[in-house]
Ligand binder design. Structure first.
Ligand SMILES: *Cc1c(COP(=O)(O)O)cnc(C)c1O
Length: 382
């Protein structure tokens, strides 16, 4: 059996919607994008949704809206994708890395608190795997220290924190529709905010800083005339991507349910063995289950994480590691960080492996993953 680490859940609906846009003769941002944004707002309850061409672009514009500047400190978890870090560097600002909690893999309020200095301007919580961070604690800390909260929700659609959708809590939330994410448009992202000023600025900045609805300046509704308020970026999404996004949103509840069912099957199978540790999620129904991370119990098995990945690979199962903690990259060689500053990330990095979890996995495929993992670990029992 061959089971890829990820496979997008795409049907004729997405294909036809994209084809319709291509046939229409208007291929870039336009009516489909505004319909996609409206649908995203009505799904999440976020007052404003602004579509862009990636979550990295969304995070960049979010920091811009929050007026981050050179020397400002921004607190992030070390256990995240590099995009969370690089967008801070764009501003010559200073990313301040935190270790994560050993059970949830999320940034911890007490760790954030230790890193706050007079230069701290923002916190970027990352909802690892789609499990929401302690947003009550983070928002309270941000209020006390007057910090912006920009959520990296690349994994967290749809995720729910204490009955509130992710996208409605922080000052700005950034989602990803990259090919491997829970909802995809190939490439794409969404910014949500309740702050009208942030929304207006982000809408201008995503398209060269052009004021007004310049996207329709080529149509009979628009005008050739426009102003530019400040240098912007080329971060707009296309209507082709938005048309795919609309179809994905229609399916997002059923896709989420399929992920939850796979996680449930994995959890009940893997909770029986002490050869590995499963991920502890606070509220299984509120998690998007973008990832299914587990950790080998390396005291009980002979196999290393890397050997285990190779064994699954030769059995036809694709896996991944989330993440290589960023301070290990060569870009950090002068950062002054030591591996011992991050004991949880280090332990996790040595033992973590992410299993396939994608809507459309058949029962036979799920069982094959469970059996292969279990048999392999039993075979390697110390
Ligand atoms: C995927 C990802 C991003 C970047 O998303 P893109 O849409 O590819 O730019 C940012 N943060 C995290 C945690 C991610 O997993």
């Amino acid at each position: 059996m061959k089971i890829p680490f990820h496979k997008a859940f795409i049907g004729d609906e997405e294909i036809n919607a994209a084809a319709e846009v291509i046939r229409s003769g208007w291929l870039t941002m336009g009516e489909k994008t505004f319909a996609f944004e409206k649908m995203f707002s009505s799904y999440t309850g976020a007052p404003e949704s602004i579509a862009v061409n990636s979550c990295t672009a969304a995070l960049h514009l979010a920091l811009k809206a929050a007026c981050i500047g050179p020397g400002d400190e921004v607190i992030i978890p070390a256990m995240t994708f590099i995009a969370t870090w690089e967008i801070i560097k764009y501003f010559d600002a200073v990313p301040v890395l935190c270790d994560v909690d050993k059970d949830s893999f999320l940034i911890d309020v007490s760790e954030i608190e230790k890193k706050i200095t007079p230069k701290t301007r923002a916190i970027i919580p990352v909802h690892y795997g789609g499990e929401p961070c302690d947003m009550d604690g983070i928002m309270e800390l941000a209020r006390i220290h007057k910090l912006a909260v920009i959520e990296d929700a690349a994994h967290a659609f749809p995720s729910v924190y204490k009955e509130r959708m992710i996208g409605t809590i922080g000052d700005i939330t950034c989602f990803s529709f990259y090919a491997t994410k829970t909802v995809t448009t190939g490439e794409g992202g969404m910014i949500t905010t309740g702050n009208g000023e942030f929304a207006d600025r982000v809408k201008r900045l995503r398209l060269h800083g052009i004021t007004k609805d310049a996207w329709n300046r080529y149509s009979d509704k628009g005008s050739w005339e426009y102003d530019v308020s400040e240098p912007g970026y080329k971060y707009n999404i296309t209507d082709i991507a938005s048309a795919i996004g609309i179809e994905q949103l229609k399916k997002c509840d059923s896709m989420n349910l399929m992920r939850r069912e796979i996680a449930g099957k994995y959890n009940s199978a893997f909770s029986k063995t002490e050869l590995l540790e499963t991920w502890k999620v606070r509220d299984e129904a509120g998690c998007s289950w973008h990832l299914y991370p587990l950790r080998l119990n390396t005291d009980a098995v002979k196999v290393s994480r890397n050997e285990f990945i190779n064994e699954l690979k030769s059995a036809g199962i694709g896996t991944s590691v989330h993440y290589i903690p960023m301070y290990r990259f060569s870009a950090f060689s002068n950062s002054g960080y030591e591996l011992s500053d991050f004991p949880v990330c280090e332990d996790m990095y040595s033992r973590e492996v992410s299993l396939p979890i994608w809507p459309g996995m058949s029962d036979a495929e799920i069982e094959y993953v469970i059996d292969t993992v279990t048999e392999n670990l039993e075979k390697n029992r110390k």
